[in-house]
Write a protein that binds this ligand. Structure first.
Ligand SMILES: Cc1cc2nc3c(=O)[nH]c(=O)nc-3n(C[C@H](O)[C@H](O)[C@H](O)COP(=O)(O)O)c2cc1C
Length: 391
C-alpha cells in the first residue's frame, strides 16, 4: 500500500472522512421525474467502493422552480424515500455522502415551470430561449423569503434522509452565484450593488440552513474564485465573499469557477464536444443553435493540471476554515502538492467518472495518474443515458 498524507483521516465538523478525497458533484442525469433511481444509487455506490471518503449527490433543486431540467431531483416530501435509500446504500458501502443543494435561478429550460424563472434582476435566458422561457423576472421580497425557507426545508429533509453533509451551490452561475455576480445582480436594494451587499442573500441562505440543521452538521459552500468573464465576479471580490461565508459559520469552502450560461468551460477546461452536444440535443431549434453558435460562443480553454490552484491559493490566505480544492487534479503527486499548499481536502470529477476505482488504484500503487483525456464527452452523455466516460 502506498503511504501518503492523502490516505489520512480528517474531521469536518461532526464527521470523520477516511481520506482526503471527495467525489465532486457531477450532474448524473440518472434521476427520473425528480426522484432517485436504483441506477443513480448504484452509480454512487461504485464511486464509494472505489475508495473516496465522501461522494456528492449532484445538483438537487430545493423547489420545483429551482430545477433546470425536468428530471432533476427536487428535495421534498415526494423524494425523501429515494434519498433515504441512497444514503443507506452509500453507508452500507462504507462511505459518506453529501448532497448538493441548488436553485438554478434564471438558468432553466424546465417546461414544467408555471411562471418565468427568477433571478436577482430580470435577464435574458439563453438556455431557455428555445424552450419558451427566454426571460427571467426580478425576485421580489416575497420570492426571497420563500426561497430562503425552501433552502432551509430542503436542508432538513437532507439531514433526515441521512446525508452526512450539505454542499450549498453558490457557484457556476446558478441562483446564489447570480446574486454574487456584478454582471447579473443589478438590484438597487440591500441585496445588490456593492460587494458588501451582493453576498447578502447567499449568506442568509447559509444562515437559514445552519439554523435548520444545527451547529454540528457539516455545511460546505461551492463558490467561484472567478466567474471567468469580463464584468463577472473576480478574484478580489471572491476573497471578500469567502471571508463573509467564513464569518457566517460555513464549515468549509469548495472552490471552483465559471458561469454556466457565459463561460461554461471555465470550470472544466479541455475539449468542447460540440458534435456530441448537437447529437444528444432533443430540441431542434436548440440543436441548430448549438451547431451554428456553439463554436463561436463557447470559449475553448486548454486543460492544465491544477487549473484553479493559483486563485485557490489566494483564497487560502484569507480564510482559516477547511478548503476543498477542485480542478484538474490528475495524479497522486498533484494531490500531495495541493495538501502541502495548505488545502485540507481534494475533490475529483472527471478522473472518477473515467474510473470509479481510481483512488483504490492509487492507494495500491497500481496507477499514479488518471487515464482521463479531458475530452469532456462525459457531459453530453448526461443527456444521452446518464453521465459516463466514453473511453
Ligand atoms: C459531467 C459533469 C457534470 C458536472 N456537474 C456538476 C454539478 O452538477 N454541480 C457542480 O457543482 N459541478 C459540476 N461539474 C463540475 C465538477 O464538479 C468539477 O468542478 C469539475 O469537473 C472540475 O473538476 P475535475 O477537473 O476533477 O473534473 C460537472 C462536471 C462534469 C464533468
Amino acid at each position: 500500500m502506498v503511504q501518503s498524507p492523502i490516505f489520512t483521516t480528517i474531521r469536518l465538523n461532526n464527521i470523520q472522512l477516511k481520506n482526503r478525497i471527495i467525489k465532486s458533484a457531477t450532474y448524473e442525469g440518472l434521476s427520473v421525474n425528480g426522484a432517485v433511481t436504483d441506477r443513480l444509487i448504484d452509480w454512487h455506490r461504485q464511486i464509494v467502493l472505489g475508495g473516496v471518503a465522501m461522494t456528492t449527490l449532484a445538483y438537487c433543486a430545493v423547489n420545483d422552480e429551482g430545477a433546470t431540467f425536468e428530471n432533476q431531483i427536487v428535495v421534498n416530501e415526494a423524494s425523501i424515500d429515494g434519498l433515504k435509500s441512497f444514503t443507506a446504500a452509500i453507508h452500507k458501502a462504507g462511505g459518506l455522502c453529501s448532497i448538493q443543494l441548488a436553485h438554478c435561478g434564471f438558468f432553466s429550460r424546465n417546461k414544467k415551470l408555471k411562471s418565468r424563472p427568477i433571478s436577482p434582476t430580470r435577464t435574458f435566458n439563453n438556455l431557455g430561449l428555445f424552450s419558451g422561457i427566454p426571460f427571467s423576472r426580478t425576485m421580489t421580497e416575497d420570492d426571497i423569503d420563500s426561497t430562503l425557507s425552501d433552502f432551509a426545508e430542503a436542508a432538513v429533509i437532507a439531514k433526515e434522509s441521512g446525508f452526512d453533509a450539505i454542499e450549498l451551490h453558490a457557484g457556476h452561475g446558478y441562483l446564489l452565484s447570480q446574486f454574487l455576480s456584478p454582471a447579473f445582480n443589478r438590484r438597487k436594494d440591500d441585496y445588490g450593488g456593492s460587494i458588501e451587499k451582493r453576498p447578502k442573500f447567499p449568506t442568509e441562505v447559509l444562515q437559514s440552513i445552519r439554523r435548520s440543521v444545527g451547529k454540528d452538521f457539516p455545511i460546505l459552500i461551492k463558490m467561484n474564485v472567478s466567474d471567468g468573464f469580463k464584468g463577472g465576479l473576480g478574484l478580489e471580490d471572491a476573497k471578500r465573499v469567502a471571508s463573509t461565508f467564513e464569518k457566517a459559520g460555513v464549515d468549509g469552502l469548495v472552490l471552483s469557477g465559471g458561469f454556466t450560461n457565459t463561460s461554461p468551460f471555465f470550470l472544466l477546461r479541455g475539449d468542447i464536444p460540440i458534435k456530441q452536444m448537437v447529437q444528444v440535443e432533443r430540441n431542434w431549434l436548440q440543436k441548430i443553435g448549438i451547431m451554428l453558435f456553439g463554436p463561436v460562443i463557447i470559449k475553448k480553454l486548454p486543460f492544465n493540471e491544477l487549473f484553479f490552484l493559483g486563485a485557490a491559493q489566494q483564497i487560502r490566505r484569507v480564510v482559516n476554515i477547511p478548503i476543498v480544492y477542485i480542478g484538474g487534479v490528475t495524479s497522486l503527486q498533484n494531490m500531495e502538492s495541493v495538501l502541502s499548499d495548505g488545502f485540507e481536502l481534494i475533490a475529483l470529477g472527471r478522473p472518477l467518472i473515467h474510473d470509479a476505482q481510481f483512488i483504490n488504484r492509487l492507494e495500491s500503487g497500481e496507477v499514479n495518474k488518471t487515464g482521463c483525456t479531458y475530452c469532456n464527452q462525459c457531459i453530453p452523455e448526461i443527456d444521452r443515458d446518464g453521465v459516463r466516460c466514453v473511453l
